[in-house]
Design a protein around this ligand. Structure first.
Ligand code: APR
Length: 172
C-alpha cells in the first residue's frame, strides 16, 4: 500500500478523503479548488461558509457531497515568495495537518493534489520532496490511513513526484 503517484483528476477519486489546495477564505477559487467545488456542488460551499476560513498550513474537513469521496480536507498551502518566508514549513504543515485530520476521521485512503505548485507558484521539485517526505514519515506510524495517492494533473507534475519518491526510496 503506502504512497502511490498517479496521473488523474482528483475529483473522480472514490477514496475516503480528497485534499483541496484551498485559499484562506475556503470559499473556492480556480485550479483544483474550483474543480472540487464544481464537482461537489453548492452544499460544499455552504458548509465551507460555516468554517470561518483557515490559516495557511492548517486544515479543515467537510463532507464530500456530490463527489465520490466521503470527505474533503481543505488546506491553504503557502504562496511562494522565494523561500525565505517559512514556505517549506508551511507546506509540510499542510500535508501533516491534512493527514492528521484524515487519521482522526478514520480514513483508510487519502488523495492529494500537488499543493501550492499551481497558482501559488511553489517550485515543483522542492514541493514534491516535502510532500513525499511528510507522507512517508506519517505512514510509518499511521493507524487508520493505509494508502495515500498523489494525484498529478499533468505529466510534468507526475515526473516531479516520481523523482521525489525514487529519491526517498533510494535514501531509506
Ligand atoms: N485534479 C488534480 N490536480 C489538479 C486538478 C484536478 N482536477 N486541477 C488542478 N490540479 C493541480 C494543478 O495542475 C497543480 O498541479 O493542482 C495543483 C495545485 O494547483 P492550484 O489548484 O493552482 O493550487 P495552488 O497552487 O495551491 O493555489 C491555490 O489557487 O485555485 C486557487 O482557491 C485556490 O487561491 C487558491 C490557489
Amino acid at each position: 500500500m503506502g504512497l502511490q503517484i498517479e496521473l488523474g483528476d482528483i475529483t473522480t477519486y472514490r477514496v475516503d478523503a480528497i485534499v483541496n489546495a484551498a485559499n484562506r477564505t475556503l470559499l473556492g477559487g480556480g485550479g483544483v479548488d474550483g474543480a472540487i467545488h464544481r464537482a461537489a456542488g453548492q452544499k460544499l460551499l455552504e458548509e465551507c461558509k460555516t468554517l470561518g476560513g483557515c490559516e495557511t498550513g492548517e486544515a479543515k474537513i467537510t463532507g464530500g457531497y456530490r463527489l465520490p469521496a466521503k470527505y474533503v480536507i481543505h488546506t491553504p498551502g503557502p504562496i511562494w515568495y522565494g523561500g525565505s518566508r517559512g514556505e517549506a514549513e508551511k507546506l509540510r504543515s499542510s500535508y501533516a495537518n491534512s493527514l492528521r485530520l484524515a487519521e482522526e476521521a478514520g480514513c483508510k485512503t487519502v488523495a492529494f493534489p500537488s499543493i501550492s505548485t499551481g497558482v501559488f507558484h511553489y517550485p515543483q521539485d522542492e514541493a514534491a520532496g516535502i510532500a513525499v517526505h511528510t507522507i512517508l514519515t506519517f505512514l510509518k506510524t499511521a493507524k487508520s490511513v493505509q494508502r495515500v495517492i498523489m494525484v498529478c494533473f499533468d505529466r510534468k507534475t507526475l515526473a516531479a513526484y516520481e523523482r521525489a519518491l525514487h529519491a526517498a526510496q533510494a535514501s531509506s
